[in-house]
Ligand binder design. Structure first.
Ligand SMILES: Cc1cc2nc3c(=O)[nH]c(=O)nc-3n(C[C@H](O)[C@H](O)[C@H](O)COP(=O)(O)O)c2cc1C
Length: 253
């Protein structure tokens, strides 16, 4: 074992130096955060302060996240950063679509059509934990629905992102997209920001396509709320666990 923490290889340091050099000054001090600490401290946050992420900081996060890997480096991402009136307009439009009973016409299936074990139990545990953190009884459907609608308010965050992917791309590009979304979350975490990825923000693509004039050649994946968490909201205390490494790993020599 080396006697000091080796954070990167020489070629990694070269890439880091070159890439850091051209980046936007976000106007915030850059804390020293180990990559592992950023991974371990990231949690999905569901109550944010009404405080916009300045464009300089948002740009800086995207400048980091764009280094996410993608097959053949095709970089299939397209992002809308919603602030101020635009964020409010989108929230209002999808909330009224929901209240008017408009069709949730998500452009892809997030989940398999039938729930089965072990995923069903994990999903239930997640929902149960979340609603009990919020003090909502399991059978209180109306309160659960209102809690769900909070997704459409970006959980109070003043800045939100929408994620689009070219509609003709295949599974591989969706894999790429996952690395990109997590990269945004981790880059944000490094700057002391909180995030939550939200499939729910893709529930009314007809609204988003119309409002943002994006043609059918793009599919709305969903979005993200980003900003600073409300520390003392109990919903933010919810911490779903994880299965053990040996439950999903086979060691083969
Ligand atoms: C792609 C993606 C979409 C998600 N969509 C939603 C969503 O629409 N609403 C929500 O409350 N949480 C959403 N989540 C958050 C998950 O519920 C959360 O990641 C999971 O419960 C684990 O919790 P943690 O992120 O706090 O560790 C999403 C997560 C991912 C990765």
């Amino acid at each position: 074992m080396p006697d000091r923490a080796v954070t990167t290889t020489r070629s990694g340091e070269t890439a880091l130096g070159q890439r850091l050099g051209g980046m936007t000054d976000p106007g915030f001090n850059r804390p020293e955060v180990h990559a592992e600490d950023a991974l371990l401290s990231r949690r999905s946050i569901r109550s944010f302060e009404d405080k916009p992420v300045p464009n300089s900081l948002m740009r800086r996060i995207l400048e980091a996240a764009r280094w996410a890997p993608s097959g053949s480096n095709i970089q299939p991402w397209k992002v809308h950063v919603l602030n101020g009136e635009a964020r409010q307009r989108y929230s209002d439009a999808i909330i009224s679509a929901e209240r008017n009973g408009e069709n949730r016409d998500m452009e892809y299936n997030y989940y398999a059509p039938e729930w089965r074990e072990p995923f069903l139990a994990r999903r239930r545990a997640c929902g149960f934990g979340l609603y009990s953190a919020m003090g909502i009884a399991r059978e209180d459907k109306a309160a659960r629905h209102e809690a769900f609608i909070d997704n459409f308010r970006f959980f109070g965050a003043a800045t939100g992102l929408l994620f689009w992917i070219p509609s003709d791309l295949e599974h591989g590009s969706w894999l790429d997209y996952g690395t990109f979304i997590q990269s945004i979350s981790i880059a944000a975490q490094g700057w002391g920001l909180d995030t939550i990825a939200q499939g729910a923000l893709g529930e009314f693509p007809h609204v988003a396509h119309k409002m943002f004039e994006v043609g059918d050649d793009f599919t709305l994946i969903g979005g993200m709320s980003i900003g600073w968490m409300v520390e003392d909201n109990p919903v933010n205390q919810f911490q779903p666990g994880r299965i053990a490494v040996d439950e999903f790993t086979t060691w083969i020599d």
